[in-house]
Design a protein around this ligand. Structure first.
Ligand code: ACO
Length: 366
């Protein structure tokens, strides 16, 4: 039997949902390039693709949107739960608690697309409710006239977002909707393999996503942009970090050893939207200088711009508060999790790896 710490290099499932090829810089969702989907399709269209294995026609899309709008509303007992939680509870913990509380008998095994739609639809409402409550603001109910991503922004700010902001956040949602056998996706597949319900599987995923090694947030990149501040400070700032052996946020990736396709797609969308905005110009200049200095200080290491770098550009352009970065990532990734749960249940075998015992062996009984 082989043992690899962290299961690195071990294939744990067969999947048609998505594929990451870090060497080639490719990300595929159900036979489509993720970066093309992010530029040309909406969140609902890509969610449909991820669940059904085909893009929707106009009737199917309209039905999905209608269904999602219906499922956004918070039942009164969920409001009661949130109103009774300690004010300092982290949003990811609130989300895990509320999703768990939704798990009545309608969620029992086997999992269904209908359950996936319900959980995906209600997630932004829980996040927005808690965000506003923690900030002493009144709850803003979902807006029937807005699609999923626009409505999420509306429930946070109380204002109907501009088309550009929606386009930008939608691209982020699409590019983070699925990413192969990462820790949170694997968690939901393991729970589902016991024939437990979809809600339990998604709670496990939220728990995994909450960990700082997984639900990474672009806050570090935003802090860096603010610290650098101006063009003439870029090179001295980056050089100083590299001289001191520090990492530059938003560069490098464990899997992608070439261009991260998600970073490339978010850059295209950000360029279309931000154009010649000063802060975006600075972002591009920092990227250029950092890549040049990384080649100088870390030759041959294949370090490129990662998704967090341009996610920071998106978050900054729409003024999304840092507290909402990981919950927002969760609001998109729940589509990938639920699709993996459905796939696992369709051809199930309970996960049961072995462990290598390194403890003491008691003396043999005489
Ligand atoms: N800045 C400077 N040097 C770097 C960077 C970076 N961002 N990334 C890697 N390196 C260097 C390391 O110092 C190391 O150099 P050495 O060989 O001289 O010791 C070499 O490249 C290999 O680095 P590792 O950390 O072993 O590479 P790994 O693939 O394990 O790390 C990681 C990937 C953790 C993402 C790393 O690149 C990093 O810390 N980046 C900055 C943080 C960041 O942007 N995180 C978000 C990632 S995207 C996501 O998680 C969704």
């Amino acid at each position: 039997m082989t043992y690899t710490k962290g299961l690195e290099g071990i294939v744990a499932a067969e999947t048609k949902v998505g594929h990451v090829d870090g060497g080639k810089g490719q990300l595929i969702y159900r036979g489509h390039w993720a970066k093309d989907l992010a530029i040309h399709y909406t969140f609902e269209e890509v969610a449909y693709l991820i669940w059904h294995d085909s893009l929707p026609n106009s009737k199917e899309l309209a039905e999905l949107k209608e269904r999602m709008k219906k499922e956004r509303k918070l039942p009164s007992y969920i409001l009661t739960i949130m109103d009774n939680l300690p004010q300092n509870t982290e949003s990811m913990s609130v989300l895990r608690t509320c999703i768990s509380a939704l798990g009545d008998s309608s969620y029992s095994w086997p999992p269904t697309i209908d359950q996936a739609i319900k959980l995906t639809s209600i997630t932004p409402t829980i996040i927005a409710y808690w965000f506003r409550k923690q900030n002493g603001l009144d709850y803003i109910a979902p807006n029937e006239n807005l699609d999923h991503v626009a409505n999420y922004m509306y429930m946070i700010t109380g204002e109907v977002p501009t088309q550009n902001s929606v386009k930008s956040l939608s691209a982020y949602f699409v590019l983070t909707i699925e990413h192969g056998m990462n820790a949170s996706t694997f968690s939901s597949r393991v729970v589902s393999s016991t024939e437990s319900d979809m809600v339990s599987a998604i709670c496990a995923s939220i728990g995994a996503m909450k960990g700082p090694l997984h639900g990474g947030a672009p806050s570090g990149v935003i802090d860096m942009l603010e610290e650098i501040g101006s063009e003439d400070n870029i090179e001295p700032w980056v050089r100083e970090k590299l001289e001191n052996g520090q990492k530059i946020m938003g560069f490098g990736h464990r899997v992608y050893k070439t261009h991260d396709p998600r970073a490339e797609a978010l850059k295209v969308v950000s360029e279309q939207i931000a154009g010649s905005d000063n802060w975006f110009k600075l972002i591009l200049q920092i990227e250029e200088v950092t890549l040049k200095l990384l080649r100088e200080y870390k030759p041959g290491r294949e370090i490129y711009t990662n998704v967090e770098y341009f996610a920071a550009a998106v978050m900054k352009s729409i003024n999304l508060p840092a507290d909402l970065f990981t919950p927002t990532f969760t609001a998109s990734r729940i589509v990938g999790w639920t699709a993996h749960v459905l796939e696992q249940s369709a051809d199930n075998r309970i996960y049961r790896p072995e462990s290598h015992y390194t403890g003491l062996i008691p003396e043999a009984v005489k």
